[in-house]
Design a protein around this ligand. Structure first.
Ligand SMILES: Nc1ncnc2c1ncn2[C@@H]1O[C@H](COP(=O)(O)OP(=O)(O)OP(=O)(O)O)[C@@H](O)[C@H]1O
Length: 373
């Protein structure tokens, strides 16, 4: 994991003086060509479970080298976006966040001791906050483009790469920062829960999704969960919660809309948790009428939604800060990226006129390395 080469303090001072656009971009291009280093969930867990101060130092040195590579690749990708997307104000804003973060990390001197480590950790914590609104802001950029141009396929591929990389960057920063927590919750190593019950997560996520459904429609179908509540595995609870929430929200909405004006009781959404040898699979099934076959190829494209977009036709960047993602058409593609990030996958199978089954596969062993675009 530790790959940091030695760069002298005088070099960082020089970098601080990096004022011109072209010198910055040259540096970004140089770093964007370097090889990324993926880390597996198991490695993060083993490394973090007995982290000594020296390990934290090594981890910070690794991030000092790895983050600029990952960030530079995305900044370059943003520059080379098809059509006019790279010039829309929201995309320029996101690009500037990436360039600022690149500059911050590259200007940080070589990490030699725990004091440097402390300051570096504070800095990357702030970088994570700077990037909090990347997803809704990019969504605005894409939406603006969509109103003017035909939406090219490459944008979906770009967004997949972009968001997948973002998941990875936030994971490795968050994991490092959390290792400093003097009172970690029981069974946590950084962001990873070593005894996570998928049934418990499914229950929490379903309650959250039902509360959202209540707010929107005034009622919500039941959710039945089947599986061994005592079964646990190691995973990132936030990632799992987000994925199950997205799937259950979709199912509740489909069932609710189908049975809203009917005398029949809405059939429950069913969640089955299966613990296999390689995979933990979570199946979310509903009788919400399914998805027409013509809509299936669009399901994993960004901005495809049959709900009203909260962005509206006339986008205003100011709304990005309050964005909720409801109706963005981001749920399924983002959910699949979270699954793939640690070697899992998501499949959606529909029977039009009946309902939908979503299969969320997660690597049980945790030894598959981060998927890095
Ligand atoms: N279980 C389901 N039953 C019927 N249609 C579904 C189901 N899941 C997804 N869809 C269809 O796929 C579309 C895209 O889903 P996706 O989750 O990506 O976005 P969304 O739910 O519309 O918005 P959000 O980004 O808020 O999740 C939905 O608008 C809906 O038309």
């Amino acid at each position: 994991m530790v790959l940091l080469g030695s760069r002298s303090r005088s070099m960082s001072t020089e970098l601080k003086k990096m004022k011109t656009w072209s010198s910055l971009m040259k540096e970004v291009e140089k770093w964007g060509c370097l090889r990324q280093t993926g880390v597996s969930l198991r490695y993060m867990m083993e490394f973090g479970s007995s982290a000594t101060p020296n390990d934290l130092l090594l981890s910070a040195q690794f991030l000092h080298k790895e983050l600029p590579i990952r960030i530079a690749r995305r900044a370059l990708d943003l520059q080379s976006l098809p059509c006019a997307l790279s010039r829309t104000p929201p995309v320029l804003k996101v690009r500037d966040w990436y360039l600022d973060s690149f500059r911050d990390i590259r200007s940080f001197p070589e990490i030699k001791n725990m004091n440097d480590e402390k300051h570096f950790t504070e800095m990357i914590k702030a970088i994570k906050v700077r990037h909090n609104n990347v997803v809704p802001t990019m969504a605005l950029g894409v939406q603006q483009l969509k109103t003017v141009f035909e939406y090219p396929d490459e944008i979906d591929q770009f967004l997949d790469r972009f968001y997948l990389s973002r998941i990875g960057i936030r994971m490795i920063i968050g994991q490092h920062v959390e290792l400093h927590n003097p009172n970690p919750p029981p069974n946590y190593v950084g962001y990873i829960h070593t005894k996570l019950s998928p049934v418990d997560v499914a229950r929490d996520a379903s309650e959250d999704a039902r509360a959202m459904c209540y707010r929107e429609y005034g009622s919500a179908p039941e959710v039945s969960i089947y599986g061994d509540p005592d079964f646990t595995f190691s995973y990132v609870p936030d990632h799992l919660h987000l994925m199950v929430l997205e799937l259950v929200k979709n199912s509740l909405r489909a069932v609710q809309e189908r049975f809203m004006d009917s005398d029949k009781v809405a059939p429950p959404v069913r969640i089955i948790v299966a613990d296999g040898i390689e995979d933990v699979t979570i199946k979310v099934s509903d009788e919400g009428g399914g998805i027409p076959r013509s809509g299936l190829p669009k399901m994993f494209t960004y901005l495809y939604s049959t709900a009203t977009s909260p962005l509206g036709d006339h986008c205003d960047l100011g709304t990005a800060d309050n964005a909720t993602m409801a109706g963005y058409g981001y749920g399924l593609p983002i959910c699949r990226l979270y699954a793939r990030y640690f070697g899992g996958d998501l499949q959606v199978i529909s029977m039009e006129g009946y309902g939908t089954d979503a299969y969320l596969h997660l690597c049980r062993l945790g030894d598959s390395e981060e998927l890095l675009p």
